[in-house]
Design a protein around this ligand. Structure first.
Ligand code: C5P
Length: 240
C-alpha cells in the first residue's frame, strides 16, 4: 500500500490518500491541543499511544458487532481507514458529570448520572463547537431526525461496550466524544478516533485522571497516564 498526497491536517492527525479507492492513510501526530487550539504542546510518543489505543478499541467494538472506519494499524503512528464523509457533529456521551456539563449545569464533577446522556455539538472551530439542540441540527441540515436517532442509538451501544470493557480494567468511562461519517452507500459509520484524547477515564480506586485532562489542567505527565491505559488494555496492569 502506497501513501499518496496529504488530504487533510487536523490538530491530532494527518490524512493521506492511498492507491486503493476509498481507503485513507491516517498518521497520528504528537501534538496535544486543548481549548479549541489555544493551548498547544508537542509530546513525543503521544501519537503512537493514541494510534495503538484507538486501534485496540475499534477492534474491540468490531468484536461486539460495532463497525467503524478502522481497517488496520500499519505502523506505530499509522492506520488505514475507510473513507467517509464526516458528519459535522461531535456526539458526546456521559456517564458521570465532568467538564463542560459540570460548568453548564452547576453540578459537582464526579456526580454519577442516573442514566447516560447523549449531547450533540456542532463541529465548527469558528463557533467554538457549540452545544446544539436536535432542532438546530435540522436547521443546519446536518442530519435528519431518523439519522440523529441512529447516532444516539449507536452512541449508547458503544457506551455499553466501552464502559464494560474499561470497568473490567478498573477504569470509569466518565464521558467520551464520537464522530461519525457516511460511506459511499450513505451508511453511517463510526469514524475519527477513540483515545484518552477523546474520553475521560478515571481510575476506579483512586479517581486519578488517565486522560487529556492531565494536559488541559496541568496535572502531570500525559504519556505516563496514556501508557497506563494502553498497558491495561493489553492486560499488563501497572500503577502510575
Ligand atoms: O469538554 P466536555 O466536558 O464537553 O467534553 C466531553 C468529552 O468529549 C470529553 O471526554 C472530551 O475529551 C471530549 N471532547 C473531545 N473533543 C472535543 C470536545 C470534547 O474529544 N472537541
Amino acid at each position: 500500500m502506497e501513501k499518496l498526497g496529504l488530504l487533510y491536517e487536523g490538530k491530532a492527525k494527518r490524512i493521506f490518500g492511498t492507491e486503493r479507492d476509498g481507503v485513507l492513510w491516517v498518521e497520528y501526530k504528537d501534538s496535544a491541543t486543548a481549548f479549541n487550539g489555544q493551548k498547544k504542546s508537542e509530546i513525543t510518543g503521544k501519537g503512537q499511544l493514541n494510534n495503538e489505543i484507538s486501534s485496540l478499541l475499534f477492534a474491540s467494538l468490531k468484536e461486539n458487532g460495532i463497525d467503524s472506519h478502522f481497517i488496520e494499524k500499519i505502523s506505530a503512528y499509522e492506520q488505514l481507514v475507510q473513507q467517509v464523509s464526516i458528519i459535522p457533529l461531535e456526539v458526546v456521551t456521559r456517564n458521570i458529570v465532568a467538564g463542560s456539563l459540570s460548568k453548564r449545569l452547576g453540578i459537582e464533577e464526579g456526580t454519577p448520572l442516573k442514566n447516560p446522556i447523549v449531547e450533540f455539538y456542532y463541529k465548527n472551530d469558528d463557533l467554538g463547537d457549540p452545544l446544539i439542540t436536535e432542532d438546530h441540527v435540522e436547521v443546519l441540515k446536518i442530519a435528519s431526525p431518523q439519522e440523529l436517532a441512529l447516532l444516539k442509538q449507536k452512541a449508547r451501544k458503544i457506551n455499553d461496550v466501552l464502559s464494560n470493557l474499561f470497568s473490567k480494567l478498573g477504569i470509569h468511562l466518565v464521558d467520551f466524544k464520537l464522530e461519525f461519517g457516511k460511506d459511499s452507500h450513505g451508511e453511517i459509520l463510526l469514524a475519527d478516533e477513540i483515545s484518552p484524547d477523546t474520553c475521560r477515564l478515571w481510575d476506579k480506586n483512586t479517581n486519578q485522571k488517565l486522560d487529556k485532562d492531565v494536559f488541559r489542567r496541568d496535572l502531570g505527565d500525559l504519556t505516563t497516564v496514556y501508557q497506563e491505559i494502553l498497558n491495561r488494555l493489553r492486560g499488563e496492569t501497572t500503577h502510575v
